[in-house]
Design a protein around this ligand. Structure first.
Ligand code: SF4
Length: 237
């Protein structure tokens, strides 16, 4: 039976990944926590505590590497600019792979692969490169297919579910995206209301024209002359 080290970014992402790995025959799973990218520190602690709670619930051993240095992380990612995630993936996964190698694991994977919000191809490439570099098997599944199921499992288990990836940049980006989405939604509602109002007015005009037609037909039938009818209708208008 293969021993697998599962780098774990957070408890909610681990729900489906553990389920899938077990279904695939991995019964010796160890969760490995190494995420000094999470800010602020309160958030880091909250996510870690949630993972401790969840790994107990599902009976998975948890190894905690709690190195945390905000300065280190920020200094490096500031210089990485647009490709900060590549550094972030590599930093976390390299530490996990080293641990796996030094402690006799046969293979490794990461719960980051479940999130549709991560740069999946880049993440996979980083894992493949590390697997070659450290001569250890990388277990890959496109866990994203189970993302919603995993989120539901997390909800059912009452786990804390964060709203952003980890670093302060991602927190601000997520906040800005939520704001933009909110504005779009408000605009959509405003347009809907205007359309509804327009339709209501059109229906009223249509109804009124139909009424005029009816009156015209009726009065024609009763033998009134057209100019007489028109004068009467103008009085109504
Ligand atoms: S967005 Fe996520 S993966 Fe990218 S640098 Fe920030 S914490 Fe790391």
């Amino acid at each position: 039976m293969k021993r697998i080290l599962m780098h774990t970014c957070c408890a909610p992402c681990s729900t489906y990944v553990i389920k899938k790995l077990r279904e695939e025959g991995f019964n010796d799973i160890t969760s490995y926590w190494y995420n000094p990218n999470i800010q602020p520190f309160d958030e880091y602690k909250h996510r870690l505590e949630t993972l401790k709670e969840y790994t107990k619930m599902v009976n998975v051993p948890l190894i905690i590497n709690d190195y945390y240095d905000l300065n280190d992380f920020l200094t490096v990612v500031m210089n990485y600019g647009g490709i900060r995630c590549e550094y972030c993936y590599r930093m976390r996964l390299e530490m996990s792979v080293k641990y796996a190698k030094e402690n006799g694991y046969d293979c490794f994977t990461t719960t980051l692969l479940v999130s549709p919000y991560q740069k999946h191809d880049l993440l996979k490439k980083v894992c493949e490169d590390l697997a070659k570099e450290y001569d250890i098997e990388f277990v890959y599944y496109d866990f994203r297919e189970g993302y919603h199921e995993g989120q539901q499992m997390a909800k059912d288990a009452g786990l804390y579910r964060q709203k952003y990836c980890g670093c302060i940049f991602s927190r601000d980006e997520a906040e800005m995206q939520r704001d933009a989405f909110k504005k779009q939604e408000e605009e959509r509602h405003r347009k809907n209301r205007e359309e509804q109002e327009e339709n209501r007015k059109r229906k009223e005009i249509h109804w009124f024209l139909e009424l005029l037609k009816e009156i015209y037909c009726l009065t024609s039938y009763l033998g009134f002359k057209e100019d007489f009818i028109w004068k009467k209708l103008q009085l109504l208008l």
